[in-house]
Design a protein around this ligand. Sequence first.
Ligand code: NAP
Length: 248
Amino acid sequence: MSGLFDLTGKTALVTGANTGLGQAIAVGLAGAGADIVAVGRSAPDETGQMVAAAGRKLRAIPADLSSIAPIGAVMAEAGPIDILVNNAGIIRRADSADFTEADWDAVMDTNLKVAFFLSQAAARGWIAAGRGGKIIQVASMLSFQGGLRVPSYTASKSGLAGLTKALANEWAPKGINVNAIAPGYFVTNNTEGLRADETRSRQILERIPAGRWGTPDDLAGVAVFLASRASDYMHGSVVAVDGGWLAR
Ligand code: NAP
């Protein structure tokens, strides 16, 4: 691929690239020419095969991203990167009246705190090297809406949307693009509980104008766009990829 969307010679660090949306984003970026550094707690063997099939290389760095402890070592092992995708995330479901501190902290730490400090580490490297870079946060419909029985998830994803704008304000002058993708309802492990609930699953589907849940490869195009020079003048955008959900 050449031109605006070409990622040849670029390296993208993607967290949680072993499965789901992170896998599809990694494979999409590889399809546009990027090599992948996959950071996560599960081995990204399948993703490695898919990236190889696209003619690119995947390097795996094992790390538990439930805390910021491994970030220094991860970034040192990764070496120079051009693109950071903060995709790893978790969700905990319970009535807010019963919600535990553990479920609050676990979700906020992985989804928001680690995303911030990985972004900081990537930006420090780019600023020190006097060059720009691309940061893509994986937000959610719950960056815009409240959701049901997922208070820490909503807080983390709404926080991530705010953080996307805050970081864009500081780092746009340095040539660093910070944007977010807000996926609608996608078929992955994350939504297993929702899809198992017949009523919720039907209600969700009825509200999606496209008439179907998203499949992970629906995200590849926007990920390539936000990672490429095609989006060089985009800063602080939270781009919904939701089959029209928010348009309802
Ligand atoms: P998923 O299949 O559950 O994938 C989550 C990824 O995050 C997995 O790779 C997981 O690794 C990784 N992860 C979680 N905790 C981690 C930790 N402590 N250390 C390292 N890696 C960790 O769900 P998904 O839907 O693809 O989720 C990806 C992102 O999209 C998340 O941020 C999620 O909130 C967001 N999102 C999803 C939807 C949707 O409809 N599916 C909608 C909006 C936003 P393991 O495989 O080892 O658990």
